[in-house]
Structures are given as C-alpha cells and as structure tokens.
Design a protein around this ligand. Structure first.
Ligand SMILES: Nc1ncnc2c1ncn2[C@@H]1O[C@H](COP(=O)(O)OP(=O)(O)O)[C@@H](O)[C@H]1O
Ligand SMILES: [Mg+2]
Length: 252
C-alpha cells in the first residue's frame, strides 16, 4: 500500500537564547502511523511538539503538515491547519468548572457554526469513543487521572483532526490504565486512520503502540535514533539507545 507522508520535518534546529536544544532533526510521518518521540527529561520533546503544531518558530529548517508550510502558512492555510490538529498537552488540563461534555464541546464552539444540540451530539460521540459515555456530566475533579487523560483525548478529537499530538499521555497513570490508553490510541489509528505523534518515556507503551520512533538526546543536541522501536530494542548499537531499550545501566 502506498504511504502518504502527512508530516515532513527537515533539518530543524531549535534553542532558547544562545543555547541550542537540538539541530538537524529530520523525519517523515505517514498517514495512520503512531509516531513516538523519545528522550530523557529536558531534551526538547515538548518543544519539538510545539514546533510541529506552530506554537514556536524553529531557528532553522522546515516543517510541512498535510502539504502546508507549518512555519509560515498564509491565513487560510493557518485556519486549515488549526482545524486539522488535535493536541493534548503534557499538563493536559481540563477546565475544572465544566463537565466533561462541556470540555469536549469547547473546540466545536470555537471552530464550527454547529448549533448547540449538534455540538453536544458530536461531543457525546467523542466521549463514547474513549469509553466515557457514562461520565459526560461529571466534573474533572470527580474522575480518575486515567479518565481525565481520556477526556483530554476526546477533546483533542472533537473536530476529527487527521493529526493528533499527545504529550506524555500516560504519565502518572498506573500500568493497567496506561495499557488501556495505549489500546485506545492504537485502535483510533487503526480504525479512523488518525495519525498520532506521541511523546512518551514508557518503554512498554512505546513497544505496544509505536510504529516508528525517534530518540532525542540532550548531549548530542539532536536525534540519536530513528526507526521501528522493536528493531531498535534488538539492534541498536548507540549506548544511550541500547540502555533505554534494554534498561541496562549506561556505561559511565
Ligand atoms: N519557552 C521556553 N523558554 C526558554 N526555555 C525553554 C522554553 N521551553 C522549554 N525550554 C527549555 O528547553 C529545554 C527542553 O524543554 P522541553 O522541550 O520541555 O523538554 P522535554 O519535553 O524533553 O522534557 C528545557 O531545558 C526547558 O527548560
Ligand atoms: Mg515534555
């Protein structure tokens, strides 16, 4: 089957002030793929996600999303991109004073002219997709961490974006809840053809859901690995990559 490239990142560099975080970052993401960004704390994973969704401008390189220049889109393209991207940030905050249903309805209010009953119906469908039909009228404080993450994904999916970006979706979740979330991501990619870019540290999760991954490294100021995570686990020779995938102590 022919693969369609939906994200094209070329020679991207980023830093804050005089400090270079990473450079020469290049990769493609294909439609329907679960693409994972790995790396230690502070290596720039969240920053790379923000570059990809247009929140930051890179110091060098190009980023193309759905054939659109993600760095300098014109007005019409920017709007198209905004509607095509769903994002769940690391902090993942839901609005505490709103029910889950109202939280998921928010992007529909901002980006569509749908009347309220239609917005509500769409939001209920999204909550159903993540297994939260029965919790639609609950407040964020009344649900578990795993449910809150799922509600965050439902909100990110409100506009049926072809691209979903998730920053550490399973952080802070117990292994069973985390496995449930992995299954959800895998199913959505498979059933809806949604493309996922997921930042995660969790090795189990990477091996379970990742079709392809890259690993960033702070010291190397860039990518130290790219490929199928299972192959990297079995074949990587870079000491940091090996250590991560095999959970060995890194040589000093
Ligand atoms: N807006 C910003 N201004 C200055 N420094 C930043 C900013 N955002 C991130 N950083 C710094 O860049 C580095 C990488 O951050 P981040 O991308 O959040 O890492 P990761 O998600 O891999 O843990 C950190 O040292 C962080 O303090
Ligand atoms: Mg981060």
């Amino acid at each position: 089957m022919a693969t369609e490239t939906v994200i094209k990142v070329r020679d991207v560099a980023m830093g804050f002030g005089s400090r270079t975080l990473f450079k020469d970052v290049s990769f493609d993401v294909a439609r329907g793929e679960v693409f994972v960004i790995l790396g230690g704390s502070g290596c720039g994973k969240s920053t790379l996600l923000k570059l990809m969704v247009g929140l930051y401008q890179p110091t060098a390189g190009t980023i193309e999303l759905l054939g659109i220049d993600g760095i300098n889109p014109d007005r019409g393209e920017r709007l198209r991109l905004l509607r095509s991207l769903g994002v769940m940030w690391q902090s993942g905050a839901l609005f505490g004073s709103m029910t889950l249903l109202e939280n998921v309805m928010l992007p529909l209010e901002a980006h569509t002219a749908l009347p309220r009953p239609a917005r509500e119906q769409v939001a209920r469908v999204k909550l159903g997709l993540v297994g939260l039909s029965d919790a639609a009228d609950r407040l964020p404080a009344e649900i578990s961490g795993g449910m809150a993450k799922r509600a965050g994904i439902a909100r990110a999916m409100a506009l049926d974006p072809p691209l979903l970006f998730l920053d550490e979706p399973s952080a802070g979740l117990d292994p069973i809840t985390s496995a449930g979330l992995d299954k959800l991501i895998k199913d959505l990619a498979h059933d809806l053809g949604t493309t996922f870019v997921v930042v995660t540290h969790e090795l189990q999760s990477i091996l379970a859901i990742g079709d392809r991954c890259i690993m960033l490294d702070k010291q190397a100021q860039g990518m130290i690995a790219e490929g199928d995570p299972r192959r990297l686990r079995d074949e990587a020779t870079h000491p940091t990559v090996r250590a991560f995938f095999r959970r060995e102590a890194e040589p000093a």
